[in-house]
Design a protein around this ligand. Structure first.
Ligand code: PMP
Length: 432
């Protein structure tokens, strides 16, 4: 059993399955969102007694709330070893908003400016860059791993014009962990900056924005609280203060201006200039509580346990004939607990429905907002994609994704693999 199980809310919640039975839910969909830590919910509850509007309030509770909200920035910077003097934390709703915001701040109107994204990116780290920049995509190899040779080739090809290399820290489809410091070094050699999409990496691995070698520094980092055992609605964009002093935020209003007349505006300094409207104070309190719990547990311990879990699941799944795995790592190669697979002859959505109905197992299926990556992993031709484009109702290709959190157990994996074996042996029992 996981030593972390009691730290998370809802692990014993009973849910209905077929024949009106109630059983404990098994959640293998942590890459989408994790359930909150007990400590996070307690902190929210405690803070609610001191809850008040922030920044300009003069009451005791307002002052305390404002202090917590502002002090949280340095806790967040420390968690990822950002530069406490030059980096700033901008609060946003989630990773998607963070990347959109950065795309506006970096937008220079120069048609020659290139953003290097990659084939394995989530749509949130692809679509915001289009229409503002030329976007080129670093290729992945036949196993779906990022090609550093291709990155260097593309940096050379667009020499002098690459503004940013934007890459996920870990894939939400295959679980591959990218060598972000090597990528940073390459990007910096070509005078480009690097953004790491930390949505999947930060909850599972220690992230170090500023290692000893300055060439390997991470310039920008974004992540979401709802994937790290805190609630929805809060995330961060971390980067040099200087990036955000220029230009005007895409959202302006209360909190963003220092002096306003009908004719002119003096904007606040970052980060406040970038945080229009009343902010999500509860969210920040929750995020800090999650960071404190993760830090106390130790990111290395979490990574170690999740790796054991993933290796166990991988070994069991690969011994079941009829299962195709789409993620392959050598022993010791870094990865997070995400496993994509399909069962030969059974549609991915059908597999998910059976897992839920039979054993209360939650997974996710489809393309996980990474359609070009799935097209590559499943070898779907552009011609086939044209067919889907013109046939909205046609069932879409995709895979089943398992994604583990620190509270998942080996015994839960046994329930899953046992059921998968039965489905493969007796498909007619499960598919009508
Ligand atoms: N990037 C990656 C790698 C993700 O997995 C996700 C969430 N699935 C996102 C970005 C977007 O995160 P959010 O929905 O919190 O904005």
């Amino acid at each position: 059993q996981s030593n972390y199980r009691h730290l998370v809310v809802g692990t014993e919640t009973k849910i209905p399955i077929k024949n009106g039975q109630f059983i404990s839910a098994i959640n293998f969909d942590n890459a989408a969102s994790t359930p909150p830590f007990v400590s996070v919910m307690e902190e929210i509850n405690n803070f609610s007694k001191m809850y008040s509007s922030i920044h300009r309030g003069t009451g005791y509770k307002s002052k305390l709330s404002s202090q917590l909200f502002e002090d949280a920035r340095s806790i967040i910077l420390k968690f990822v070893n950002a530069d406490p003097h030059n980096d700033t934390v901008i609060y946003v709703k989630n990773t998607t908003e963070a990347i959109n915001k950065l795309s506006y701040r970096l937008w220079d109107g120069n048609k020659k400016s290139v953003i290097l994204s990659t084939w394995m990116e989530h749509h949130s780290n692809d679509l915001p860059w289009r229409n503002k920049f030329q976007v080129d995509y670093v290729q992945t190899d036949s196993l779906g791993k990022l090609s550093l040779e291709n990155l260097e080739y593309k940096l050379n090809k667009h020499k002098g014009n690459v503004k940013l290399v934007t890459v996920t820290g870990a894939s939400n489809v295959t679980g591959y962990v990218n060598p972000i410091h090597k990528i940073a070094e390459l990007a910096h050699r070509y005078q480009a900056k690097i953004l790491v999409d930390g949505a999947q990496l930060v909850p599972h691995n220690a992230v170090n924005m500023k290692p000893k070698n300055p060439l390997q520094h991470i310039d920008y980092l974004v992540f979401s609280a709802h994937k790290m055992y805190a609630p929805f609605g809060i995330g961060v964009l971390i980067g040099p203060q200087e990036t955000f002093t220029r230009g005007i935020s895409e959202f302006v209003g209360g909190g963003t201006a220092e002096t306003v007349t009908h004719d002119w505006v003096v904007w606040e300094n970052p980060p406040h200039k970038e945080e229009a409207g009343s902010p999500n104070v509860m969210g920040v309190v929750a995020l800090v509580a999650a960071i404190k719990t993760l830090t106390a547990l130790g990111m290395r311990n979490i990574d170690h346990y999740e790796n054991e879990l993933t290796n166990y699941a991988n070994t069991k799944l690969s011994s079941i004939p009829g299962i195709t795995l789409y993620s392959h790592t050598a022993q010791g190669e870094p990865r997070i607990g995400v496993i994509p697979f399909n069962i030969k002859g059974i549609d991915h959505e059908q597999v998910a429905t059976i897992l839920s109905n039979e054993a209360g197992i939650a997974v996710r299926t489809g393309c996980f907002c990474t359609q070009p990556y799935i097209q590559q992993l499943l070898s779907i031709s552009p011609k086939q994609m044209e067919f889907y484009k013109n046939n909205e109702k046609a069932p879409r290709p995709g895979v089943v994704r398992l994604s583990f959190g620190l509270y998942n157990d080996f015994s839960e994996i046994n329930v899953l693999t046992h059921l998968l074996e039965r489905i493969i042996k007796h498909p007619k029992t499960y598919i009508n």
